[in-house]
Design a protein around this ligand. Sequence first.
Ligand SMILES: O=C(O)[C@@H]1C=C(O)[C@@H](O)[C@H](O)C1
Length: 146
Amino acid sequence: MAKLLVLHGPNLNLLGTREPEVYGRTTLADIDAGLVEQARQAGHELESFQSNGEHELVNRVQAARADGTGFVLINPAAFTHTSVALRDALAAVALPFIEIHLSNPHSREPFRHHSYFSDLAVGVVCGFGADSYRYALDAALTRLSA
Ligand SMILES: O=C(O)[C@@H]1C=C(O)[C@@H](O)[C@H](O)C1
């Protein structure tokens, strides 16, 4: 059994009512509940953590090195485009991770076209709304079973 960690960045706690035309109407709680069940059905454990604070996400990534986490799924949200610190934390713990976005940042404002994470990621899933998380977890589970 593997332990997976899903990390959600700033403002994702507002999913459901936050710019639904961009991010959809599925709440973060519903996304997380679906992921937990998807992982459970595959025989694995999944924990979710959301924070609006960069340092809290950095601390949670650092803790993953010692808590048995085997794979990370992360939607850095706005930190995608700004956070060298969160990038460095992922590089430091050297855990495999998949970068996730509900929207397709490449079809949005130019400042969203760069990610500090994509070159380190196993892969990137974006543009499928809440399903981006489900697809990313499926890819992670496939990799874990290889
Ligand atoms: O689509 C998403 O999940 C990402 C979420 C955010 O909050 C934005 O700042 C990113 O640019 C895109």
